[in-house]
Ligand binder design. Structure first.
Ligand code: ZN
Length: 479
């Protein structure tokens, strides 16, 4: 039988012929299997499933269900399987534009079929705060709404909303049933205009009063010299941690310009008091302090790679490598730090197919040059984000995410020697109805690897959207 799914299993032994299952499958835990590993053996009318853990059991049962033919028979074969990487994630930006709970569940369902085991949920940013707070109602009353949609779509209508605690618990439980752990992201010290709109006193100037309606990097970031910043952030984290039982907690750390800190007496005083060499080290102080607080709550912090610029980042912090021109992440991995690969040029799924065709995503190798044997072991996995500045509706969301997320899935699960782009695209086409059944519609095959005029059209449409958004920025930039 031809295995027509993604990710490709590591090892299949074909016995030939078909069988009818007599009785229930035999299920057995086997501690000698690798994490999330499993075997499915179909022979002599019996299905025998062994598995390492809950993840392995889930994938063994998923495999058995996939092998069932329309007439109820099964092919006689054995699958031995385990993932290449322990960490396989997709990221959704709910801050710039919201999704409904139903839409998120459709994506999660599809991701579970592709064997992702982490959902990184980007819930706060300059343009909106998306987590219900009962401790700080102003986070929702002020921080969850912006004056207009913005981003090139200036229609004067207030935009916003947030996920209630019940909705978040529902999503977390839905994921858990599918062996997916949710990692919330509360981005800081940058990307916090929505937070500071609710707490203007936490900005260096005290003058941030509205949720942002523009894209890009914002000058205003949380004041690192003000103790109230830490007290407030810790109370917020207390509340958010209660909603997410997983160990990993993303605290952002990307795109934090130091202009405001350099002009702030409190920040400069902190710099002197802590004996720091500069404002990058002040971000290191900030991040390490928040990471240490999370540790007291049994959590492990995750950050974007900019937080390595301080040179002082606590070694327990997991780093997401999205844009690392200085190669800090390779050094980090080589010296024992854990790194997740989500390369901007290959895995940023909000960019057009003309810029990031499917093949480019598929062929990205997370094992970068310069990694030692230990460094390679510290690349714990892959992740692909979908940022939503230009993704306002679910059709567009699915078009951008699929099938490129399928390519990331296969890289995350399947051994490099088994990767084959031609086979992948055939299996991707065969798997589209399964994704449709989850509720997501992928980009049509003709758009996956655009060439010539199609590629130019794709790039042009994106540039036009960015151009209009930037025009809106200039009108609204009060910085
Ligand atoms: Zn300050």
């Amino acid at each position: 039988m031809n295995i027509q799914w993604i990710p490709r299993p590591q090892h299949v032994t074909q016995y030939g012929g078909v069988m009818t299952l007599c009785g229930d499958p035999v299920l057995r835990q086997d501690g000698s299997l690798p994490p999330e590993g499993y075997t499915v053996t179909l022979r002599g009318g019996t299905a025998t499933l062994t598995y390492a853990d809950d993840g392995g059991k889930y994938y063994a049962l998923q495999t058995l269900a996939r092998l069932r033919q329309p007439d109820g028979s099964y092919p006689c074969l054995a699958v031995e399987d385990a993932p290449q990487y322990a960490y396989r994630a997709f990221m959704v930006d709910s801050a710039r534009h919201l999704q409904t709970v139903g839409e998120l569940k459709a994506v999660i369902e599809a991701a579970a079929a592709l064997r992702f085991n982490y959902f990184h949920w980007h819930l706060t940013d300059d343009q909106g705060w998306r987590i219900e707070s009962t401790v700080f109602p102003q986070l929702n009353e002020i921080g969850s709404f912006r004056a207009e949609d913005g981003f090139g779509n200036k229609d004067g209508r207030r935009y916003g909303g947030y996920f209630t605690k019940d909705e978040i618990r529902d999503i977390v439980a839905f994921c858990a049933e599918r062996q997916i752990t949710v990692i919330p992201e509360v981005d800081m010290p940058g990307h916090t205009v929505a937070l500071m709109a609710a707490f203007p006193q936490l900005s260096c100037t005290g003058k941030v009063t509205a949720v942002s309606t523009k894209i890009g990097i914002h000058k205003d970031i949380l004041c690192a010299g003000n103790e109230e910043t830490f007290e407030t952030v810790f109370r917020i984290l207390d509340e958010v941690c209660d909603l997410f039982p997983g160990e990993l907690f993303h605290i952002g750390g990307d795109e934090a310009p130091k202009l405001r800190w350099a002009d702030c007496e409190k920040c400069k005083a902190r710099l002197r008091a802590e004996g720091l060499s500069g404002f990058e080290q002040l971000q290191g102080y900030f991040t390490n302090r928040v990471a240490a607080y999370l540790k007291t709550k049994g959590k492990r912090a995750v950050t974007w790679n900019e937080s390595l610029k301080s040179g002082t980042l606590d070694n327990d912090v997991v780093v997401c490598n999205w844009m690392d021109k200085a190669n800090d992440c390779v050094r980090r991995a080589n010296s024992g730090g854990k790194v997740i690969e989500e390369d901007f040029f290959h895995y940023y799924l909000d960019y057009p197919y003309g810029m990031t065709p499917l093949k480019k995503t598929y062929t990205f190798d997370p094992m970068r040059k310069g990694l030692t044997a230990e460094g390679r072991n510290n690349i714990i996995g892959v992740e692909a984000p979908l940022w939503t500045e230009f993704v306002r509706d679910f059709d567009r969301f699915c078009y951008m995410m699929f099938p490129r997320l399928m390519a990331v899935a296969e890289r995350g699960w399947t051994a490099p020697a088994l990767l084959d782009y031609k086979s992948f695209t055939e299996r991707a086409k065969a798997m589209l109805p399964a994704l449709e059944a989850c509720g997501v519609t992928a980009a049509p095959a003709g758009d996956w690897d655009p060439r010539g005029p199609a590629r130019l059209r794709s790039l042009h449409a994106h540039r036009r959207a960015v151009f209009h958004a930037n025009r809106t920025d200039r009108r609204t930039d009060d910085a």
